[in-house]
Design a protein around this ligand. Structure first.
Ligand code: BGC
Length: 418
């Protein structure tokens, strides 16, 4: 094992500000206040079996991010824990609503906070992967129409410039945007997330504005620091056909084109790497997705870690280095996570052997966290969090991941000694 892995491969984990920090005040906290009761009521109607998950999903407090993991205050301990596992990379995001709580007013303490995070990571010899925007918005920006309006992009770019001036010299890997399609789809097509708009036109306007936002951000960061590596985190799926009928193949082409490739093709001259977030395979069977579902996560998602090979192989055409910036599962009892990580690492090895330039794997997530409109009950963490006491505990799969990393390191150092 690891024959094909480069010596300086990054082994890490990811989080995002709103999901772990606690104490935020942004468009999501507002949405949570207004919708928690409704979401809890809906869960009571739809979940008949009173398993542990269903019980939690029925509670209003499940949907209020509140103190979350208090990562804003406990980040040093969390970084210490991840270093103890042997991780050499950590992806986190900067909370725009903290940096610029009011239009044009930048908060020095918040900036100092993220700079400190970077310093602490460097002290542990861990590489920071900094996401500039992971979905949450300052309220003033949301109120004036967010990314739905092209003229608002300049405010995002002003924020990017601030980050770049303040932190650009200390960060090598910047992720400008997290999963633009997932955001546009949930916030502007299905209406599940704030601002709960619906329709294909809204979706497409926002997505196209995010392309412009990324291209602008790319130029700004590169101007301040030409050696920075800049990309996005892209959610790509493995679209498979149930049978090779003409119709299924056409649908697969459409899905690949619009979900996997559209954004990446538009920004292909403005990215130094591709950040891949892999969670899903979708088996196309006529108008439906029919997965085998032989193993499913607590959220009922089909688990098919091997599909990461197909997605990686498909990304080879962009001729860019690839970092897996997210990959994981909701699994409170840790039944499948070990197996899932094993299969993923094997599939990455296979992709490397097939000539794909993969340079890092960052598991989602370092900690249990606030899973957006689902709330706290889905448990994605390598580290289990007790939300009442803020106690952290490694899940057995975290220790297993740690073992994988240490055997990788042993093998690579043996090789260099020879
Ligand atoms: C997002 C994360 C989310 C994870 C699990 C990704 O799409 O970037 O914020 O928690 O998936 O659903």
């Amino acid at each position: 094992m690891f024959e094909n892995f480069p010596k300086d491969f990054f082994w890490g984990a990811s989080t995002s500000s709103h999901q772990v920090e606690g104490g935020n005040d942004n468009n999501w906290t507002q949405f949570e206040k207004e919708n928690a009761q409704l979401l809890a009521d809906n869960a009571s109607k739809t979940s008949f079996f009173l398993d542990e998950n269903a019980r939690q999903a029925r509670k209003v407090e499940n949907y209020i991010s509140g103190d979350a993991c208090d990562h804003y205050n406990l980040f040093e301990n969390d970084i210490y824990l991840s270093n103890k596992l042997g991780l050499n990379a950590y992806r986190f995001s900067i909370e725009w609503s903290r940096i610029e709580p009011q239009k044009g007013m930048f908060d020095k303490e918040a900036i100092a906070h993220y700079k400190k995070m970077i310093r602490v990571l460097r002290a542990y010899k861990m590489e920071p992967f900094v996401t500039i925007w992971h979905w949450t918005l300052p309220k003033w920006f949301a109120d004036q129409g967010a990314f739905q309006k092209r003229k608002n992009i300049k405010y995002f770019l002003r924020f990017v410039k601030k980050i770049s001036l303040e932190m650009g010299q200390d960060v090598k890997y910047f992720i400008t945007l997290n999963e633009p399609e997932v955001y546009s789809a949930n916030s502007y097509f299905t209406g599940k997330w704030p601002p709960q708009k619906k329709g294909i036109l809204n979706y497409s306007r926002v997505l196209n504005n995010l392309i412009i936002a990324h291209v602008g951000a790319y130029a700004i960061i590169k101007k301040e620091n030409p050696s920075a590596m800049v990309g996005i985190a892209k959610n790509n799926n493995y679209f498979q056909v149930a049978s090779k009928t003409f119709f299924n193949r056409v649908l697969k082409k459409i899905a690949d084109k619009y979900w996997n490739d559209y954004f990446l093709k538009k920004i292909s001259s403005f990215q130094d790497f591709i950040g891949l977030n892999y969670y899903f395979r979708n088996t196309i069977d006529g108008w439906y997705f029919r997965n085998k579902n032989s193993k499913t996560s607590d959220l009922g998602w089909d688990l098919y870690p091997e599909g990461i090979f197909n997605v990686l192989e498909d990304l080879k055409k962009y001729k860019k280095p690839i970092f897996i910036t997210e990959n994981g599962l909701a699994d409170a009892k840790d039944r499948y996570r070990k197996w899932f990580i094993n299969q993923t690492v094997k599939s990455i090895d296979k992709a490397l052997e097939a000539g794909v330039d993969v340079r890092g794997y960052l598991h989602w997530s370092l900690l249990d966290n606030f899973e957006w409109a689902e709330g706290f009950w889905p448990r994605f963490g390598l580290i289990e969090v007790d939300y009442k006491t803020q106690k952290r505990e490694f899940r057995p799969s975290a220790l297993h991941y740690g073992k994988i990393i240490s055997s990788f390191k042993r093998k690579k150092s043996l090789k260099t000694e020879k």
